[in-house]
Write a protein that binds this ligand. Sequence first.
Ligand code: WTA
Length: 698
Amino acid sequence: RLRLPAMTNNLTTTNRHSHLSARNSAVLKRKAVVIGEAVASDDADRIFPDQDFAQQAHVPNFEKYLEMYTRSIEDPAGFWSEMADSFYWKKKWGQQVNSENLDITKGNIKIEWFKGGITNICYNCLDRNIESGNGEKIAIHWEGNDRGVDDSLTYNQLLDRVCQLANYLKESGVKKGDSVIIYLPMLMELPISMLACARIGAVHSVVFAGFSAESLEQRIIDCKPKIVITCNAVKRGTKVINLKDIVDSALSESSQNGVHVDLCLTYANELAKKREDTKWQKERDVWWQDVVPKCSTKCDVEWVDAEDPLFLLYTSGSTGKPKGVLHTTGGYMVYTAATFKYAFDYKPSDIYWCTADCGWITGHSYVAYGPLLNGATVLVYEGVPNYPDPGRCWDIVDKYKVTIFYTAPTLVRSLMRDGNEYVTRYSRKSLRVLGSVGEPINPSAWRWFYDVVGDSRCPISDTWWQTETGGFMITPLPGAWPQKPGSATFPFFGVQPAIVDEKGKEMEGECSGYLCVKASWPGAFRTLFGDHERYETTYFSAFPGYYFSGDGCSRDKDGYYWLTGRVDDVINVSGHRIGTAEVESALVSHPKCAEAAVVGVEHEVKGQCIYAFVTPVEGVEYSEDLKKSLVLSVRTNIGAFAAPDKIHWAPGLPKTRSGKIMRRILRKIASRQLDELGDTSTLADPNVVDQLIALADS
Ligand code: WTA
């Protein structure tokens, strides 16, 4: 039986309260009730779409959504084939559009979409849009770190650049199926590199340029790239970061561990650092500018199967080392394009800006592929969003007349703290849709984003999804239904969310539990690189028959979904996903650390921050210097973004008699909820808890 998203209370008409939808919404009486950990609100707190907006939207009302949603669930093959038809396929997929097994009790997990279809995502992003007359449209506006430094590329120019690099990669021996590691900041060369790989069927693996040499080395060892693409340095705010030094150290370490990369293509970013000041290994390093511009601007496409791999992206889980999430070509292409179009109500006249870095999935799907597949004009910003001051984002919005602005709650909260005057000094009248991603957006941040940034005029698409899902899973469709601040609202087409209890039983109606998905969707990841078994156990064995997201979720009486954060040992710091196990192993690698346990604690701006309990080795004194060097150990092992905010000395850790660390207790101590410690009698040594409390502020 088909379960449709419910919207009760006869509120499917969008405009009942449209007179309230403008500025008045902010002053509406707000009565909040707590559902799970999220805060839901009563009817008066719904924000109804503006009538004019709704009328022009791709999906103008809930009825239209239900009609499309029903079709997408009852006939996924038909629905997605139609979506796929707008792309170029060298050869159409076979009779069977999709096949899947998500039930581990029935055999191996397997997902396929458009198998047998032959296409190329780079061709569909560039050549296809050029052939349809958009060659002279701006594909990328690039805004540098410093005001006044900018650049742009039309679709024609972007294709030329991509082809030149693709030709260089081919000349260098990169073939279909080979992996390429890209370690670049937000220069135009980053999307260019991704597209060049896709053009020749190479599998890109972008490593966020905030990762340390050791993290980069780990990824190099795992995927054994033919080539590493980087730049010498980058400016972030007033700081210069010497990326090439990091790559040098990662490459020499990986070489010692048996994985030798013999080509490092380095873009000379002279605004940050001169070529001659860059350390160089003649036999391995090549300046991009010396070789790529000499290559031809014509490069034939390598046609690939829809199920051929497109990219690997490493992400953190609750245990062990980062996992290489593998996405394939066809389904990912169709899914990112469709989600982009509908969730942002994208129109060809839009100027779109997503503040994410291409080093994360958001940058893959919604800086590069999704928008370019739609022929959009994308803004790529190199710098930090509050440099030189907290008004920079709105300065950029006005400069380029940005219409769709997509960011993370952590940035919203931080700008909110800096004060409204940085926002209101800019016009922002080009904006029409706002977006949020990466972590739950708390209702007060939502309100500020809506009322102050968007002048109570722009719907907010709070998009819930993951590296694994490839694209949006639960998201508002702007204009189609009333919003509730803090709720991601309803599932996207083709997505069947299920909230299950501890036993894996799906719950109906108003409820709260673990968020799963019942059937596959085209953008789903297909495996973890080199470890299909880990893929099956991590995602499909907790609740057989379902994909388990790792997130908690509740559904309110109106059928709206409310994400409540991770229920596993993954911490979400400023929208960056960090595994507690990774931070612990970085701490333990410090010679003076005997044991460490890490938990996430609520943080006003970052959402969560990292709180580490550390037991030094016997005889080592607690000291501020030791704290600093422990934090440094995490920065060098993982990256600055994973640095713990607090080190809490622990003479011992609370463990059960079988040796398992009771993180529940650590979380309570870390958040100083000392009256909620619960039963500590099952601990091997209950005194540990008192000792930890006594050391809380030392
Ligand atoms: C969290 C980022 C609430 C969630 C796209 C998920 C969110 C993890 C939202 C994935 C949202 C992402 N509301 N939580 N709108 N978006 N998350 O893989 O916990 O970096 O599991 O993908 O971010 O993080 P990832």
